[in-house]
Design a binder for this molecule. Sequence first.
Ligand code: SF4
Length: 243
Amino acid sequence: MLTDTSNPLRQPIREAHFRKGNNALSRIMVNRQMPPADIAEFFTRLRRRNPEPRSELEYVNPYTLLVAVVLSAQATDSGVNRATKNLFAIASTPAAMLELGEERLRGHIKSIGLYRTKAKNIIALSEILLREHGGEVPHAREALEALPGVGRKTANVVLNVAFGEAAMAVDTHIFRLANRTGLAPGKTPRAVEDALVAVIPKRFMRSAHHWLILHGRYVCKARRPDCAQCVVRDLCRFEDKTA
Ligand code: SF4
């Protein structure tokens, strides 16, 4: 239950124990848990601003979404989109990617960090998709996480965006926002993921991932959140608002 005070995630955040020596994180986490009615209002307002949010990564099918998400680790969406524009025009399926080959793939993505490792993983995962999944991206977490270069976060993005599942991929923006606002405090991405899934009303879950990423990327920014322009300012538990 959302009001279950026996759940440590429902306790005031200041009661939790946090790592010493990380002042920024500690300061974020002394806020209070946002109550259910405010969480519902939080997402109602984000939905009003952007009724149909979508990923800023460009893709043409589940396979290119998977490749784009693998490439996006420690890279910006715009940087990935610049690299994949030409790549996906010639390689939008596992078979076409294998035909392209690792060396030419590297040439397309060399502007992206860790491109050698990513190229190797994309070729390897394409081989597995062809060999074990008929060339399709599997609609199953275990099968996705078994692919090279695919962890829980990437699997969650694919499950949410390609298959419409109510999965929550916690990136740096969502981790910060969930803790800062009191929406779903947690010390690790997995703790925040579980807390978000527990507190977000089902009707918002499908799009919540996008709303939170976009709000964290453009409004509730890491160094200086733009609180004056924030539509959820009165609901947010952050004590050091900038306005
Ligand atoms: S009020 Fe400020 S800290 Fe709170 S969500 Fe909005 S931008 Fe972030």
